[in-house]
Design a protein around this ligand. Sequence first.
Ligand code: AMP
Length: 416
Amino acid sequence: MKKQVSAIKGTKDILPRDVEKWQSVETAAKRIFELYGYREIRTPVFEATELFEKGTGQTSDIVIKEMYTFPDKAGRSLTLRPEYTPSVVRSIIENRLYLQPESLRFYYIGPMFRYDKPQKGRYRQFHQLDIEVFGEEDPAIDAEIVEMAHYLLQELQVTGTETFVNSVGCKKCRPAYLKDLKTEAKKAEESLCSNCQRKMATNPLRIFDCKVETCKKLAQKFPKITDYLCQECEQHFARFCEHLDFFEIEYTIEPRLVRGIDYYTKTTFEVASSKLGAQDAIIGGGRYDDMMKEFGGPDLCGIGFAMGMERLISAVPFTQMKEKFLYLAYMGDGAKRAGMELVRLLRREGIECLIEYREQSLKSQMSRANKLGAAWVLIIGEEEVKKGRYQLKDMETGDQEERTREEIMKIFGEIS
Ligand code: AMP
């Protein structure tokens, strides 16, 4: 037996029956994002490694442990993007999009890559629906993007979600908080896991991301960032929550929601689903007011969110979406040509048609049509070709009638 090549661990094929689900989610997302003034942007899958080191942050788990980084043939260090925001920021600066009159609102759908331990809901190649807005300081936009995410979930009939919000402060107020957090974490150092002990020195906020039970328990007693916010951050957060109330969006303030990426300022939020098990976050988002400037661009604040497609799709209740289609069954060369011509015309009328060109008896073609769930079968034998009248069978009712080509075109012209 020849050795088979398998898909790489943590990656998955999206097979045709699932692609239908992906397409319907993507179509709904695109429609809704565009209703809110967002436009699609597409950037390369790989970028210079330093983009993510700088953007995602040297102390984030993503950069420390999870990047797919490799040298190309010219010795440059490249990375398959682990998240989207740094690429968009780079693109805006490089293409000077901020000089154009259009609102800086973007959406994107595509693959991300993280070398994490694969499990249900966590993959090494996964897909995100991302949105980003730049140049809007008002917390009304923070609330509007949460409202947009909720609208999409509602359109997709996703139920059982919970929304958590927080503020992680800014450069002004966070240092005092981090100092106190470090002091408290130091006191508990011996009981923290080795990963958290490392985080204590590099970025103690990350302790809140730890999934180890003892660390989670200890973290409950650590100081809350919401008690340290400066006036500006406090007001921003209060107004964000007021707008959420105005939109009648239910949420829980979670002072330990810090999220895994270094660049967040002020608002952070997450939407989790009760239906997904351990990896329950469907959407993660937040504000990153300093990023564009730190990348050498203009001083434009930013905010965005990312939805995990795999997790979103497993929370969507799909109904049978199969389009109705016609199966063309034929016997003999003349019938084949007549059939080929008819399906060509019908397809141009918008009717999905399947004609299979392998040698099969009429009986086995009928049973294929049945098995595949065809709505109609058009049967053409040499006799039908001579008469110019074909057998059209409605598979649902079982009715079969002889029709001319013109009649067939008229019937399907009315259906499509
Ligand atoms: P993040 O970029 O880490 O804020 O993640 C945003 C969203 O992407 C999460 O809420 C998940 O839905 C999804 N996500 C993140 N990492 C993975 C992964 N390894 N596999 C599948 N989905 C993921």
